[in-house]
Write a protein that binds this ligand. Structure first.
Ligand SMILES: Nc1ncnc2c1ncn2[C@@H]1O[C@H](COP(=O)(O)OP(=O)(O)O)[C@@H](O)[C@H]1O
Ligand SMILES: [Mg+2]
Length: 367
């Protein structure tokens, strides 16, 4: 294990902003720390870096407990949230900053910076000042500066928060390539679900200082540990049908509910990608009218309204949409390929063992 947190709590006064958090990051892993703003992500990163002391619990780096080890001795590269480069220093001097502190010799420093400029696609920019760079270039210089002294761990706090959407996408792809080339253990903080899903090997999901789930992008998406994760990672349709005679109904939709009492309300969740849509009205059981189409890139999101007024969201590829001749206002048939019964309350989550998740049944077989 490269980094390990065991039962880490951080309080500011009486306010616990990180509560009993345990997770580990493997050597060479690219880990995302994902959660809503104010959830304690930056605080976790600062404790790993040694900029903040845990109130309780331990931090280990490569098996060594580092609670009492100084920032300098932890050998960590850190790119801070909204942290600008030194404005009055050139790219070269910015990147050399950490090396100067570590008293690297001039020739070694020059060789290292040349290597980094090449690796980061910044060749020829070493004499420029930060204001003469694009947003994407500035972020790359910031990461080069953090990596210059060969840290054993790289911590990036919302590294792409300040750049626009297009450059953000480029930087994400670039980060994956860079990580692939260097294989430095990296934790990056983001509040952007897509960014975490796209970039990370594994994701730690936080809300209000509590660790909700750790897993690969696939795991947290397909097997969310609770409703918070399910809703936070990607879109989710949620319906609240009422049980009558072991069938839960809402509008025209029906879900088998064996063992549930009459009058009980279930929470049913399903992903937009689990909704199948056809322009052939005889293909699927439910009929709806396509109300809105959102273009998201290669994928589309469509919103459909059932006669009862129920709105269902689906995802489909552009090809499928075009092939079926779909457009807003058109009547379609649909079915839900898989769904889950969610825990009743989103706010007060029961212990994981009590969450009433069921393996998603195939609707076609059940109804
Ligand atoms: N030095 C501090 N003193 C008091 N409260 C703090 C301090 N640092 C952070 N907090 C609080 O801790 C909570 C978590 O903050 P932070 O770790 O920055 O969350 P995130 O990075 O997930 O947005 C916030 O409510 C914030 O106001
Ligand atoms: Mg933060």
């Amino acid at each position: 294990m490269s980094i390990e947190l065991k039962g880490v709590t951080k309080k500011f006064g009486d306010n616990a902003v990180v509560s009993n958090v345990t997770f580990s990051v493997k050597e060479g892993e690219l880990m995302a720390l994902l959660g809503p703003s104010g959830g304690g992500k930056t605080t976790v990163l600062r404790m790993i870096a040694g900029l903040e002391m845990p109130t309780a619990g331990d931090v280990f780096i490569r098996g060594k407990r580092v609670n009492d080890v100084s920032v300098q001795q932890r050998n960590i590269g850190f790119v801070f949230q909204n942290y600008a480069l030194f404005k009055n220093m050139t790219v070269f001097k910015n990147i050399a900053f950490g090396l100067k502190i570590k008293k690297w010799k001039r020739a070694e420093t020059e060789a290292r910076i040349e290597e980094l400029l090449k690796l980061f696609g910044l060749e020829g920019l070493e004499r420029r000042y930060p204001h003469q760079l694009s947003g994407g270039q500035r972020q790359r210089v910031a990461i080069a500066r953090a990596l210059a002294p060969n840290p054993s761990v790289l911590l990036l706090d919302e590294p792409f928060g300040a750049v626009d959407a297009k450059i953000r996408q480029e930087l994400r792809e670039w980060l994956v390539t860079l990580h692939h080339d260097l294989n430095v253990t990296t934790i990056f903080v983001t509040h952007d679900q897509e960014e975490a899903l796209e970039v990370a090997n594994r994701i730690v999901i936080f809300s209000r200082g509590i660790l909700e789930q750790v897993g690969t992008p696939r795991e947290v998406y397909d097997q969310p540990a609770n409703e918070f994760v399910a809703r936070f990672i990607g879109a989710m349709n949620i319906l609240e049908p009422e049980v009558r005679g072991e069938v839960a109904r809402i509008g025209e939709m029906e879900f088998p509910a064996p063992g549930h009492a009459d009058g009980e309300k279930l929470r049913i969740g399903f992903r937009p990608y689990a909704v199948q849509v056809s322009s052939d009205l005889t293909q699927y059981r439910y009929h709806a009218v396509l109300r809105h189409t959102f273009f998201l890139g290669v994928l589309l999101r469509v919103e459909m309204e059932l006669p009862s007024g129920l709105m269902i969201r689906a995802r489909m590829t552009k090809e499928d949409y075009a092939h079926q001749g779909l457009e807003d206002g058109k009547e379609v048939s649909l079915q839900i390929r898989q769904y889950r019964v969610l825990a009743r309350e989103a706010a007060a989550l029961p212990p994981e063992s009590e969450l009433r998740y069921q393996p998603p049944p195939v609707l076609g077989e059940n109804i």
